[in-house]
Design a protein around this ligand. Structure first.
Ligand code: UDP
Length: 393
């Protein structure tokens, strides 16, 4: 399948339900550019915003509200988390989404499809039928992966951890189709650390203080406000950087407050790699994207909340390996930060454990696997190839 430039087409299916699906797709696209230059026509489609029927179009806006009722979300997650339930859900939804999915497929002809969202595979594969391009799923949850990720007809299923691999097998996937590659993160997280002071200076943060980076996923979720207040009230010898993500109201409320320690408030930032490399401690909800980025940036982390169901396993994944601490209450968060501030060796140990868990090659490996599915001659570029200079930054 060629466009007028004669470039093979790659279609990425994602949605802004949270920030992790977009980040994963963008990291893979970046890796494709880094390794192959501009030899492909790449499209990103938000399966809800761009194509879903009216009732589902607002899913990205509804998602933060839905997960605000964690018990209901967790219950829904558990009840639906079997291969049989996943089939029933997707079969019942099909009549409602069929027309939209047909438009998506008609308007986006391509040579390979990459889905980074658990809800894309079933309807797309059903509409496409037998004569279709290869379909690759890239699982963007780390450990407690939902059955919906594992559609048996997908050609390949790329997973971030051994546990996610085992779950794929338990849910009946053919082991030949499942590969452990790691969760893809942007190359900019994986550059060796070293110039934190320079980054602090560039961002206007105090260079003489450790920086605590507080993140609640793409949507500013979890008790972020309470946590920020507790850290500032404790007057810890540190600066606080709070990222409210797409949660505009939260950002406004935070900006109205008077803070007892140097505090910097941001909405959704594009420069997360720089933020992580300039920070000394990450305090975050247990989002898979943020965790994987922090691992690659060698940033020790304190996890303060998790979504029941999909993020539960992430906490033990981080804590058991020594890359971070679990502190679900503002008091325990303050205590954990305090112990790391007064014991830099402990913090460094956690930073080293983070790096051990990191899989900096994940995005590049996934890029390579995707390109192998395109049965056309592709040039693997050397570092000095002129096409590489056109790589978007
Ligand atoms: N993110 C970002 N800018 C922000 C806040 C978040 O780029 O201001 C990115 C973050 O780096 C990560 C993703 O959004 O890649 C959040 O993904 P995660 O899986 O941690 O949580 P989710 O938002 O999907 O629940």
């Amino acid at each position: 399948m060629k466009n007028q430039n004669n470039y093979p087409r790659i279609l990425f299916l994602f949605s802004d339900t949270g920030g992790g699906h977009r980040s994963a797709a963008e990291a893979i696209i970046e890796a494709i550019h880094l390794q192959y230059g501009n030899q492909f026509d790449i499209q990103m489609v938000d399966i809800f915003k761009d194509y879903a029927p009216l009732q589902l179009k607002y899913m990205p806006e509804l998602y933060p509200k839905m997960v605000k009722v964690p018990h209901a979300w967790g219950l829904g997650y558990k009840v639906t988390n079997s291969h049989r339930s996943a089939r029933i859900i997707t079969a019942s939804a099909y009549p409602y989404v069929r027309r939209s999915v047909r438009s998506l497929v008609r308007q986006n002809p391509c040579d390979v499809i990459v889905s980074v969202h658990p809800l894309a595979a079933a309807p797309i594969l059903r509409v496409l039928g037998k004569n279709r391009p290869p379909f690759i799923t890239v699982v963007t949850d780390l450990v407690s992966t939902h059955a919906l990720w594992y559609h048996h007809q997908a050609d390949l299923c790329l997973v971030p951890t051994e546990t996610a691999w085992q779950r794929a097998i338990n849910f009946g996937m053919d082991a030949n189709k499942v590969k452990v590659v790691g969760l893809p993160v942007s190359d900019r997280f994986c550059i060796p650390p070293g110039n934190a002071a320079q980054i602090k200076q560039k961002l206007g943060w105090p260079e003489h203080l450790p920086v605590i980076l507080l993140v609640g996923g793409g949507e500013g979720m979890g008790p972020l406000e309470k946590t920020a207040a507790a850290i500032a009230e404790a007057r810890l010898p540190a600066a606080l950087v709070i990222i409210a993500g797409r949660n505009r109201k939260l950002k406004e409320r935070l900006q109205e407050k008077i803070w007892k320690i140097p505090t910097f408030i941001y909405g959704f930032v594009k420069e997360m790699p720089e933020f992580m490399r300039g920070a000394d401690i990450l305090v975050t909800k247990a989002g898979p994207g943020t965790i994987s980025e922090a691992l690659n940036a060698g940033l020790p982390m304190i996890l303060y909340s998790r979504l029941p169901g999909q993020e539960e396993g992430n906490v033990s994944f981080v804590v058991d390996e020594g890359a971070g601490l679990w502190a679900p209450e503002p008091e325990s968060i303050v205590q954990a930060i305090s112990s790391w501030l007064s014991n830099p060796e402990m913090r460094q140990k956690a930073a080293a454990a983070s790096l051990r868990l990191a899989r900096p090659q994940a995005a590049r490996q996934i890029a390579q696997i995707i390109i192998e599915q395109i049965h056309q001659p592709i040039i693997q570029l050397s570092d000095h190839h002129p096409l590489k200079s056109k790589t978007p930054t």
